[in-house]
Every structure is written in structure tokens, then in C-alpha cells.
Design a protein around this ligand. Structure first.
Ligand SMILES: [Zn+2]
Length: 448
């Protein structure tokens, strides 16, 4: 974490999160500064850095314009290092108790030692006990004019409304790739790192919305390599993702509902992309299913694999209308591990027999392709394992005008099958087995 702390943005102008920087500039340029802020958002999105910048901006001795700290005076420097006695950082995760807040209420009356404003930064404020919240609220109701509060939280819904209503709320979203890139370039320049441009872009992507995670990745690859290449970065990212996936898969196999839900919570808290996580998970489940069909030894039960694939594919369809992105997957976990059948919206329900039923491949108008479908799937395996997994839930429905129509039960599957490389593989196998020149067309099964 050396780089992350060393290269924290020090001024508003350096803040990588442009939206937050603009909003803060507005508040700080006004003659009267709000007495309490609530910073909300996933970890690693710059809440603490921004809190310190705010402390500097209102206390700087030689600010050129209101709200823009110089970053060089003794006040700016001591606040930046976290060493100024008038800027107090309290971690509510480890100081949940009423004692700290009582202590705070006593000392807050005293005027600042060397700054204009005393600044209280309370990190993970949602962890405070009810009593501590009540004590804090009393302070927020009548704050001394020299005190500013910055409450930061990753879980704003756990902060009481009475507290929220006293604060100016600033939301920190997951950082965009270009914002992360902006912050990484500061490190590259400062440390004079030898890194390929593509490798840096890949690290920004791997940070997945978190400045902290991206900087940590950069620091680790910089320690391990003199010249940082895309290959090294890809290797590093692959191993971190697969560790989490392995943990999740094992909990899934053992149907540990609580563990699985906690892992999802962790993903969300860390600001990870839940959708991408499940795409990777489905790919892995497909591989396991195919391994099972080819009689490779596995600890998984085939029906569990089938049910997990079916349920999580459905979660993807529900994602579009979901209010909370993780929710369809959380419901999917409960449905799978607890064996609870949740009522699916009718337009999302897979057609009976559409998924993985060998009987579904015998169909009307697809002629020789339909009758040879199991053999065709078998012949496709050496080319691409995962596509066979997808095709098992699809059926050839029509063969006319040299066009083979394949019907997919899920939109997710239809989209994957529509990649040109898969069209090519399917047509070449059909040509080889049946001597037919066909074009492939993928359609989504209509719901009744
Ligand atoms: Zn200054």
C-alpha cells in the first residue's frame, strides 16, 4: 500500500474523481462552509483522500482561490501526512463505542490548536453503536463554528436518517477506467516505472472501479518486474480473480448459502463487477459440466451443475430490470442451494425441455442436422469446449435456403453463439460431417 498512500491526490485539482472534485469546489468556494459531509461509496474510491483535501482547502494559509489549497504550506503538509492534531481521523470499525464519541464531544468545544477549523473524519461511520450515533447527533445539531465533520461510509443505508439529514451527501461512484489511468500515471511518473501503455490500461481495468486496488496491482507487478509488460499484468490479474472464483465454486458445490451470500456482499463492498464475476463463473460451470459428460472425475453432481447453470443464466435475464444489480444472483443462490423454487416472471422462464434435455434435439424441420445433432456436438468439442455447453441448451429448428436456424433458450446463450468464430466452427463441422454448406442463424426461443 506504499504507492497508494504516497501518491494520494493532494489537492482538488489532483483529485482523479472529477465529478466529486467539481462538487467539492462548489461548496468550498462559498463564504460559509457546511458543517457536516457524508461521503458514501465503495472502498478505494477516494473518500479519505478527499476528506483530507477538504481539511486542507479550508485551512490552507496561502490558498490562491477559495477552496484550492496550495499543498505546500506547513498546514497542507501536516494534514496531508495525517499528522495535524486538529484533523482527527476516527475509524468507527475499530472504535464503535460511545466513549470515543463522548470524548469527541468534550474536546470539540476547545478551539483548534493551529488551524482555523477542527476537522473530524469518521471512517466507516455506519459501524457506530446506536448510543454513539445519538451522541454524535447531539453534536451535529449544535456544532461549534470551528468544527467540520466528514462522515465516510461504504454502507450508507446503515446510517440513521437523522444523521443523514444533517449532512451534505457526496456519492463516490466506482471510478472509470480513465480516472484510474489518470491516478496510475501519477505513480508511474513519480516512481519512473518502465511500463507498457497496454499493461497500464489493463491494470486500470483490473482495478475494477477502485483506485486503491489498481494502485496495489501496479505496486505488486512493479516489485516483481523491472519492465512491466502486458503479459505480466494479465498473469497477475488472472491469479487474483481465480482465487476468489475457486472459493465461490467450492461453497457452491457444498451449497453453503450463507458463505455464498457473504462472498457476494464482499464483491459488492469491494466495488467489483458482479456481472463479470458471474460470466466467468458460468464459463467455469460449463467446463465442469463438459468434463462430467466426458467422464472426467469430479466432485460435482451433474444435476447440481445443470441446476446452477440454469438458475444463474436466468439471473442474467433478470439483471436488466433489477433495481439492485446483485439481487438476481443472490436470489439465484438461495434458489440453488436451498432448493427453493422462486416464481420466475413468465417471459423469462425457459421453455419446458429447452435446457439440456437430450429429447429437445429431435426437432421438426432441421433434417439431417437435427438427427445428427448429438454427433455434431461431440465433433465440436475439440474445437471449443464451452460452446458445446451452450449448444446443449439450444436446438436446431430449421434448415432451409442453406441456412441452419439454431434456437437458444436464453438471450445470454444466443449472444455468445452469435460470435462469428462460433459460426465458422459450426459450419465447418457440419460441412465435414454432412457435406452441407450452411450459414448459421441464431434466434431466441419465443416465450408462450
Ligand atoms: Zn497550503
Amino acid at each position: 500500500m506504499v504507492f497508494y498512500l504516497k501518491y494520494r491526490p493532494q489537492t482538488l485539482a489532483e483529485l482523479d474523481n472529477t465529478e466529486v472534485a467539481e462538487r467539492m469546489a462548489k461548496y468550498l468556494s462559498k463564504p460559509s462552509i457546511p458543517h457536516a459531509f457524508l461521503f458514501t461509496g465503495p472502498r478505494g474510491t477516494g473518500k479519505t483522500s478527499t476528506a483530507r483535501i477538504l481539511a486542507k482547502s479550508i485551512n490552507c494559509k496561502s490558498a490562491k482561490t477559495p477552496g484550492e489549497a496550495c499543498g505546500k504550506c506547513d498546514r497542507c503538509l501536516s494534514i496531508g501526512k495525517g499528522e495535524n492534531l486538529d484533523v482527527l481521523e476516527i475509524d468507527a470499525a475499530s472504535n464503535r463505542g460511545i466513549e470515543e464519541i463522548r470524548d469527541l464531544r468534550e474536546k470539540i468545544k476547545l478551539t483548534p490548536t493551529n488551524l482555523k477549523y477542527k476537522v473530524y473524519i469518521i471512517d466507516e461511520v455506519h459501524m457506530l453503536t446506536t448510543e454513539a450515533f445519538n451522541a454524535l447527533l447531539k453534536t451535529l445539531e449544535e456544532p461549534p463554528s470551528h468544527a467540520i465533520f466528514i462522515l465516510a461510509t461504504t454502507e450508507s443505508h446503515k446510517v440513521p436518517e437523522t444523521i443523514k439529514s444533517r449532512c451534505i451527501r457526496i456519492d463516490f461512484h466506482r471510478a472509470s477506467n480513465s480516472e484510474i489511468l489518470h491516478s496510475l500515471k501519477r505513480v508511474v511518473k513519480g516512481e519512473k516505472l518502465d511500463i507498457e501503455e497496454a499493461a497500464l490500461t489493463e491494470i486500470a481495468r483490473g482495478g475494477d472501479g477502485s483506485f486503491r486496488d489498481a494502485t496495489k496491482i501496479l505496486e505488486e507487478v512493479a516489485l516483481e518486474n523491472k519492465k512491466i509488460t502486458l503479459v505480466e499484468v494479465a498473469r497477475k490479474l488472472g491469479s487474483a480473480d481465480s482465487a476468489l472464483q475457486t472459493k465461490f465454486l467450492e461453497a457452491l458445490r457444498q451449497k453453503q448459502t450463507k458463505e455464498l451470500l457473504l462472498l457476494i456482499q464482499q464483491l459488492v463492498r469491494d466495488g467489483k463487477n458482479v456481472r463479470q464475476f458471474f460470466i466467468d463463473l458460468l464459463k467455469k460451470l460449463e467446463e465442469l459440466l463438459l468434463a462430467d459428460f466426458t467422464k472426467q472425475k469430479s466432485e460435482w453432481k451433474r444435476e447440481d451443475l445443470l441446476s446452477a447453470i440454469e438458475i444463474f443464466s436466468r439471473s442474467f435475464a433478470e439483471l436488466k430490470t433489477a433495481v439492485i444489480p446483485a439481487l438476481p444472483f443472490e436470489l439465484g443462490i438461495v434458489e440453488y442451494s436451498e432448493n427453493v423454487k422462486l416464481p420466475a416472471p413468465t417471459d423469462l422462464k425457459p421453455a419446458p425441455g429447452a435446457a439440456f434435455s437430450p429429447a429437445s434435439v429431435v426437432s421438426g424441420n432441421a433434417g439431417p442436422v437435427a438427427s445428427k445433432w448429438p454427433e455434431i456436438l461431440e465433433a465440436l468439442k475439440p474445437f471449443n469446449h464451452s460452446i458445446v455447453g451452450v449448444l446443449r441448451s439450444c436446438k436446431p429448428v430449421d434448415l432451409s435456403n442453406d441456412t441452419l436456424t439454431i434456437e437458444a433458450a436464453y438471450k445470454f446463450h444466443a449472444e455468445r453463439l452469435d460470435e462469428p468464430k462460433f459460426h465458422d466452427i459450426i459450419t465447418s463441422v457440419i460441412k465435414k460431417m454432412l457435406g452441407l454448406d450452411v450459414k448459421v442463424q441464431v434466434v431466441l426461443k419465443k416465450r408462450n
